[in-house]
Design a protein around this ligand. Structure first.
Ligand SMILES: Cc1ncc(COP(=O)(O)O)c(C=O)c1O
Ligand SMILES: N[C@@H](CCCC[NH3+])C(=O)O
Length: 433
């Protein structure tokens, strides 16, 4: 998204709409999505597979941002869907997302979740552990239902990213280890069941990754194991799901690869390895979340208190923070900002942007250059479309922000701002016994 585009009033423009007008209309904090940008990102993945002539599914990892409107857009762009919980599955069903293109993930799926997947006719379950195999077998027998599954494996890859968003290494809570015999044992247990078709393997090496080496290594490792299983058990996969994790630009320090590059290199390696091991080319599935919605999202805040500590720092507090963007507190994630009502003003000071939670770590940005600021200014932080709203929380009982979609000069509310009545809606009074 263009972070500097402004209109004749010197206001930030988002997809042809004045950001200040959005803040005035819907209030702040406000998540704004440029829907055209979401569509472009989705199409880059989908089109690249098409151009390469490879059977593929691009499953949007809805954990990045799940809402009915978002899943409608995902469907319009021909994406499949990755859900990891009953709540995400429910949202997909509310959005009338084609059930056969929904894939259910989770490292601790409950009986209720698996039962819902079966009853709703969800397309594929990504099996993660031995308990799940047992539960799935029982439930499929009970409902006399057939289920396609993928086997989630950890290939032993350490991608270059923050420790908390690494997932492909041996020491991981996700999936079956590819090398200690557990993945093979799981494959055999699944294959032995008449209600289960093991469509293939799944691996996801981590998130916010800026190079292709880790993905290519993961493909090599999957084929190494598959080659062995083909000889021993005659197993060949129809599908390889290589997960998500494609990095995006948050600040100028980030240098993401073009999305097509990830796809091209993955396809090239899968083709090469399929030939080496004499496998028919499997369908390739991927699961991007951040790369679909991350850079399409902007958060608008209103500037409140400004605290200047001479020779130390200026804290500029805004009306949101770790309740709508947990990533700086959780991963030391960095963001860039602009003052949406002063886009043409000279940058003249370095300040730090603080949230309003009762927590010193509630800082959105340490050190950002801004023009002279006044309370009431509208601050925009960029690339907040992924894992912002979806990880938002009620700390200090702040209501959840609203979400607006903008496309071709039009704006539309797609998630309402939570009211204070809603914040306490589950509370019951206590009767002293
Ligand atoms: C299994 C799986 N698939 C897909 C994703 C989406 O990752 P990203 O948003 O980095 O593309 C994740 C999150 O890291 C994940 O755990
Ligand atoms: N929530 C994380 C990424 C992990 C997502 C899923 N495994 C983030 O904001 O970067």
């Amino acid at each position: 998204m263009n972070r500097t585009e402004s209109n004749e009033l010197g206001h930030l423009n988002i997809a042809g709409v004045d950001a200040v007008e959005l803040a005035n209309t819907y209030g702040t904090p406000l998540f704004v999505y440029d829907v055209e940008e979401i569509r472009k990102n989705a199409q880059r993945f989908v089109q690249t597979f098409k151009e390469l002539g490879v059977q593929a599914q691009v499953a949007y990892a809805s954990k990045a941002f799940s809402s009915v409107a978002m899943l409608q857009v995902a469907q319009q762009e021909g994406l499949s869907l990755d859900v990891v919980s009953q709540g995400e599955m429910h949202t997909a069903i509310q959005a009338e997302f084609p059930k056969e293109r929904i894939h259910l993930h989770g490292n601790n799926k409950s009986v209720d979740e698996l039962e819902m997947a079966i009853k709703e006719g969800i397309g594929c379950v990504v099996v993660d552990n031995f308990l799940e195999i047992e539960l799935l077998k029982e439930l499929l027998t009970k409902y006399n239902h057939q289920m396609d599954v993928l086997l989630r494996v950890t290939p032993g890859i350490e991608a270059h990213t923050h420790d908390y968003i690494l997932t492909g290494q041996e020491d991981s809570k996700f999936g079956f280890d590819l090398w200690n015999g557990q993945a093979e044992q799981a494959l055999l247990q699944l294959q032995a069941n008449d209600h289960i078709q093991v469509k293939g393997l799944h691996c996801h090496i981590g998130s916010q990754i800026f190079e292709t080496h880790g993905f290519v290594m993961a493909v090599k490792k999957l084929f190494e194991a598959l080659g062995n299983w083909k000889e021993k058990h005659g197993y060949t996969p129809d599908v390889l799901n290589l997960g998500g994790g494609f990095g995006i630009k948050y600040t100028d320090e980030d240098e993401p690869l073009p999305l097509a590059t990830y796809v091209k290199e993955l396809v090239q390696e899968v083709k090469y390895q399929s030939m080496e091991y004499d496998f028919p080319l499997p369908e390739i599935w991927i699961e991007p979340g951040r790369a679909i919605v991350g850079d399409a999202g902007v958060t608008l805040y209103t500037v409140g208190a400004i605290k200047h500590i001479p020779d130390v720092r200026t804290y500029v507090s805004v009306d949101g923070g770790m309740t709508d963007n947990l990533r700086p507190a959780l991963y030391h994630a960095k963001y860039e900002a602009a003052v949406a009502n002063k886009m043409n003003a000279q940058l003249e000071q370095t300040v730090s942007i603080a949230g309003k939670c009762c927590e010193s770590g509630d800082m959105l940005i340490w050190d950002v250059d801004v023009p002279a600021l006044d309370s009431g200014d509208i601050l925009a932080t960029f690339s907040t479309g992924a894992y912002g709203y979806s990880m938002s929380n009620h700390y200090n009982r702040f209501p959840k922000s609203a979400v607006v979609f903008v496309e071709n000069g039009h704006h539309q509310l797609v998630i309402q701002r939570e009211s204070y009545q809603e914040v306490t809606r589950l509370d019951l009074s206590y009767e002293r016994p």
